[in-house]
Design a binder for this molecule. Structure first.
Ligand SMILES: C[S@@+](CC[C@H](N)C(=O)[O-])C[C@H]1O[C@@H](n2cnc3c(N)ncnc32)[C@H](O)[C@@H]1O
Length: 371
């Protein structure tokens, strides 16, 4: 079975590393999509375990089409019975087209849907297709006239772990917080500090990683309602993964925020996964933080200042962060912001800077090590 796992653009390498660690040999990693072959039910564990993936898709067909007739016929030729039932709710979720003759999204959407239904009616030898049970979301990618159909196994985006019921004004995507932690190279024996923790996303993702809690262990996926859902396999897998969580691990994870309201929210969010005791949340200004450690990781998402009026304020905070760096020079700093000149304000040159695109939003993950 061919898999396409989606992530924010720029996170392909980190996601690829996660997949390689799981033993997959990758075919391609580009433009927010990582492709590889896996076994039939691998999407269960992929959805539960991957920290930086946004969606796990199965490639269900690929062919060339330059006209709507070719599009219709190309779909008729796919063996869809192996993926879709005789009574599922078929939703053509998204169409992306580039450098291709077919580009009108709503027409593509309706032709793909019609052809899929025709295909299934023929395949199941039925006269009417009743959309009754289970949601089957399908995405259509067309590039250089090559059409790829992919079935979404995840449902809600995988950043929705289930713990973040309350948010700050500018919450960080859970998958991006996890990517920052993986990219930083943080090891569990070192402190992990977030001086601008907001709703607690980075410290919470730190605990999930630190204790080996699979990020998707407490949520549902699209496939839970599918006709071929194997609950024995799924429940058995979850049981095994729950056994591998190490609740006895001692972690040094701290979240600070100047707003008491945010600290309360962060505590509630951590409480939703019952991991409060692994994080020390403190109301404090970044400028007055006192750490008991000389070494460790500061992983943080300071105010962005995207809106013009907030930009000055954000830049002042970045300048203040110099003092943090001076006070704790042996810490490693992983910082996300949309500010392209963050290094000038922070007064240090990043060892590396990674651009990521999340929806329409661009940001950079800066990594600083040494003075
Ligand atoms: C971009 S938000 C962080 C969002 C967070 N990563 C999340 O996922 O919810 C920045 C946070 O920094 C806090 N903040 C702003 N200035 C601060 C300062 N000088 N010291 C500490 N916290 C500050 C704000 O209250 C806000 O919650």
């Amino acid at each position: 079975m061919e898999y396409m796992v989606l992530c924010s653009i720029g996170l392909e390498k980190i996601l690829s590393n996660e997949l390689k660690k799981m033993g997959y040999k990758l075919k391609n990693a580009n433009n927010g999509i990582v492709e590889f072959y896996g076994k039939e039910y691998d999407y269960y564990k992929l959805n539960i375990l991957l920290r930086t993936a946004e969606r796990v898709m199965i490639k269900i067909g690929e062919f060339y089409a330059e006209t709507f007739d070719e599009l219709f016929d190309g779909i008729l030729d796919i063996d869809l019975k192996q993926y879709l039932p005789k009574n599922g709710k078929i939703i053509i979720d998204k169409v992306r087209s580039s450098k291709s003759k077919l580009y009108n999204k709503s027409t593509i959407q309706s032709i793909v849907k019609k052809s899929i239904i025709e295909n299934l009616k023929k395949g199941y030898k039925i006269n009417t297709y009743n959309e009754e049970k289970g949601v089957y979301k399908i995405r259509v990618y067309i590039k250089n006239n090559k059409v790829t159909l992919a079935l979404d196994t995840s449902g809600d985006g995988l950043h929705k772990r289930g713990y973040r019921k309350y948010v700050s004004e500018a919450p960080l995507r859970e998958t991006i917080a996890a990517a920052m932690i993986l990219k930083s190279g943080w090891k569990r024996r070192y402190p992990l500090i977030d001086p601008f923790c907001g709703s607690g996303t980075i410290p919470i993702e730190g605990v999930l990683y630190g204790l080996n809690i699979p990020p998707g262990i407490y949520r549902d996926f699209s496939f839970n309602d599918w006709y071929n859902f194997n609950s024995n396999l799924f429940d058995g897998m979850k049981k095994e993964l729950l056994k591998e969580i190490d609740y006895n691990k001692e972690l040094k994870i701290y979240g600070y925020d100047k707003a008491y309201k945010m600290i309360e929210i962060a505590r509630k969010n951590a409480g939703n996964f019952d991991i409060n005791k692994y994080i020390t949340f403190v109301k404090a200004n970044m400028e007055s933080i006192n750490l008991d450690y000389k070494e460790g990781h500061i992983i943080t998402n300071p105010p962005y200042g995207d809106r013009l009026k907030d930009k000055d304020h954000a830049e002042k905070i970045y300048e203040q962060m110099r003092y943090l760096k001076r006070k704790y020079p042996d810490f490693k700093y992983t910082i996300i912001t949309s500010h392209e000149e963050f290094e000038d304000f922070f007064g240090s040159k990043a060892k590396n800077k990674k651009k990521i695109i999340n929806g329409n939003h661009e940001a950079y993950i800066y990594y600083f090590e040494g003075v």
